[in-house]
Design a protein around this ligand. Structure first.
Ligand SMILES: [Zn+2]
Length: 351
C-alpha cells in the first residue's frame, strides 16, 4: 500500500477473486479479476445479474483483451459464476484493448449486444482495422516532432502498427449507444451513465444510487493515476483539463460510494481520491513549468523530469503521451509558448 492509499479504505482488505472465480460484492454484483500480460497485470470486470427482453442472465461490464488465456478464464467464469444463465448484454466502459478486446467473442457466443459510447465504438472499430494512436508511421512521426527521434526508438514505434488489432482483432458490427445521463435498467436497478474525457474518447462510468456503487472504469483508480495522453490522431489535443473536469463530476456522489475501478481493489474514499489526483497533476504541471523556464524543452527532454526511472519503449511512448498532455495544458493556458526548432521538434518555453 502506498502513502496515498492509506487515506482510502478497502472494505475487502487484500482479498482478491481467484482466477476464473468471482467475489459477490452485493447480491447480483460480482467482481472478476483477469490477468494481463503487461506491466499493468490485471483488469477488473463486473457481472451484474440482469434480465433483458424476458431473458434471465447477466450483464458484463468490460471484457479483457482478446487472447486464449483470457478466453480460458472466461470459460471458468461462465461455468462457475453465472448460475447456468447466459450473458444477455456486454457493456464496455471505453475502447481500450483490455476493456473492449473480447466484446466481439462474448457477443457472438451469447448472441447479445454491445453497449458503449458512440465515440468509443467508432474509435475502437477504426483502430482494430488500421494503425492509429498506438504505433505505426503516424505515431512515429508524431513522437519525432516531440523529440523522440532516436532511430532505434523510431523503428520500434513504426513496427508496432498492429498493436491495437492484435489485442482487439474485431469489434461487433453494431452497438447500442450510451450517452451521458442515460439510465439503464439492470437487474431491476437503475444505473446512470456518467461520461468522462481525457483518458479515452468518451468513457462511460456507471452509477447505481440505490446500491451506492460506482463502476468507475479507468477514470478513477485507487493506486495508479489514469493515463492522460496526447496521441498522433489528435496531435493538438488538450486532454488534462478534460480529465480533471470529468473526475470532478464524481464529487456529486455520496462520500461512502463504493467505487469499483478497472484496476486495483474496490474502495471507498472517492472524494479523497479525486483530491489526490488533482494534487498529483498540479505537482506535475509545476515540475514541467519549472523545467521550461531555463530553456525550451521538448516532450522527450521532459521525460527524465516526470519519470526519473528507466523506461522501456512501451512505457516511453505512454510517458511521451503524458508529457505532451502536461505541456499542452500549460501551453493552452498561456503559461508556455511553443516553437519549432530547425530540427522540426516542438519545444516549449515559459512566458
Ligand atoms: Zn483505459
Amino acid at each position: 500500500m502506498n502513502e496515498l492509499e492509506r487515506h482510502l479504505h478497502y472494505p475487502l482488505g487484500d482479498t482478491l477473486p481467484a482466477p476464473g472465480r468471482a467475489i459477490e460484492l452485493r447480491r447480483g454484483v460480482k467482481w472478476v479479476r483477469m490477468g494481463l500480460p503487461f506491466a499493468l497485470d490485471h483488469i477488473n470486470l463486473w457481472l451484474l445479474r440482469d434480465a433483458l427482453d424476458g431473458r434471465e442472465g447477466w450483464t458484463v461490464v468490460d471484457c479483457c483483451i482478446s487472447r486464449d488465456e483470457a478466453k480460458a478464464q472466461w470459460e471458468e467464469v461462465i461455468a462457475h459464476e453465472l448460475d447456468g444463465l447466459p450473458i444477455v448484454r456486454v457493456i464496455a466502459t471505453h475502447m481500450h484493448p483490455d476493456h473492449l478486446g473480447l466484446a466481439w467473442w462474448l457477443c457472438e457466443r451469447f448472441g447479445c449486444g454491445l453497449w458503449i459510447s458512440a465515440t468509443d465504438y467508432h474509435s475502437g472499430r477504426l483502430a482494430s482495422q488500421q494503425t492509429t494512436g498506438f504505433g505505426g508511421e503516424n505515431a512515429a512521426r508524431f513522437f519525432a516532432r516531440h523529440g523522440l527521434n532516436a532511430p532505434q526508438a523510431q523503428e520500434k514505434i513504426r513496427a508496432r502498427g498492429s498493436y491495437y488489432p492484435s489485442l482487439v482483432p474485431q469489434v461487433p458490427s453494431s452497438y447500442h449507444r450510451l450517452l451521458d445521463g442515460q439510465v439503464l435498467r439492470i437487474g431491476g436497478e437503475t444505473w446512470r451513465c456518467i461520461s468522462g474525457y481525457g483518458h479515452a474518447p468518451e468513457h462511460m462510468a456507471l452509477y447505481c444510487e440505490a446500491r451506492g456503487l460506482l463502476i468507475s472504469g479507468d477514470m478513477v483508480l485507487p493506486r495508479i493515476s489514469t493515463n492522460v495522453s496526447v496521441y498522433d490522431l489528435e496531435p493538438e489535443a488538450n486532454p488534462l483539463p478534460l480529465f480533471l473536469a470529468s473526475i470532478d463530476k464524481f464529487r456529486a456522489l455520496p462520500a461512502d460510494t463504493l467505487t469499483l475501478p478497472s484496476h486495483g481493489k474496490p474502495f471507498t474514499g472517492l472524494h479523497t481520491r479525486i483530491d489526490q489526483l488533482h494534487a498529483h497533476h498540479q505537482a506535475r504541471l509545476a515540475e514541467v513549468r519549472a523545467a521550461c523556464t531555463e530553456r525550451a524543452m521538448s516532450a522527450a527532454d521532459i521525460l527524465p523530469v516526470l519519470f526519473p526511472r528507466a523506461l522501456d519503449l512501451h512505457q516511453t511512448t505512454f510517458a511521451m503521451g503524458e508529457a505532451i498532455a502536461h505541456l499542452h495544458a500549460l501551453w493552452f493556458d498561456g503559461a508556455l509558448r511553443r516553437e519549432a526548432g530547425a530540427d522540426g521538434v516542438w519545444r516549449f518555453l515559459g512566458v
